[in-house]
Design a protein around this ligand. Sequence first.
Ligand SMILES: [Fe+2]
Ligand SMILES: [Fe+2]
Length: 316
Amino acid sequence: MTQNNYKETDRMSDVISDEFHLLQMLSRFGISLGFGEKTIKEVCDEAGVDCATFLVVANYIKSGDEKVSLQADRVSVASLMSYLRQAHDYFLGFELPAIRRKLLEALDCSQKDEVAFLILKFYDAYMNEVRKHMELENRKIFTYVDRLLEGDKPDNYEIAQFARNHDSINKKLQELKNIIIKYYVPQGDTNLLNAVLFDIFNCEQDLFAHCEVENLLFVPAVQLLEQRVMAERSHKPVDDRSAEQEELSDREKEVLACVVKGMTNKEVADRLFISLNTVLTHRKNIARKLQIRSVAGLTIYAIVNKLVNLEEVDIS
Ligand SMILES: [Fe+2]
Ligand SMILES: [Fe+2]
């Protein structure tokens, strides 16, 4: 199994035993343990996870192969985004705070050790940076992609802009790790410090993979979605707006026909046995519904929609 890519017919338990890093991936896809002998496909179907997306991400985590971008057309953007969102929750709500707690314990900050204090400060600044990075993705990028998924492409933004400015947030963690290894001399038991260092190594790797899934898979998949939405938009009938346009009532059509025949508001009121105020209200509603205010424009509308004949209209 270690040589080949995972397939949907592989047993989920075998896959996890083969590559334990996939454990973290499971919860981000909303999959719980206890899958017995079930295959990847069966587990994904039961959890409502897109199996193709699961496999593409799992095989990337296993191999680290950058050619994963070529499979962007196989993934479900919605599934991948939900995975990334849950990964953000995991880093911000669980992994980074857990490392901080362990650091506090391992560094023994009660000793007023200046290096320990600076390491914690460095870590807090780092956590803030990651929080800003991920919250921006949740708020701005994922909201944009949600709109794309609904078939709406805002004109002033493209995912390529995100890709150009996307920092790798694992670099600073690498720096922190090196500072601890090189300059911190533990006061007593070194097991705690080694254990937290081990967690930082893991977290750094996990964050790197997270960013790479965004760069190599999420961005190209969203670009494909952008192209689809743009293509659908260009195939829509040009006069699509008129379909969404509010319909005129029968009374409004009558008023409109009178107006384009050149009748005054008073004449319209007399002809239709309604008050002058009612005529004015109808005219206001007609202008609002059609977004046409000029008599020339209303005349064209009335002729196109066969409310009047050309001979009847006042074109003087
Ligand atoms: Fe992210
Ligand atoms: Fe990111």
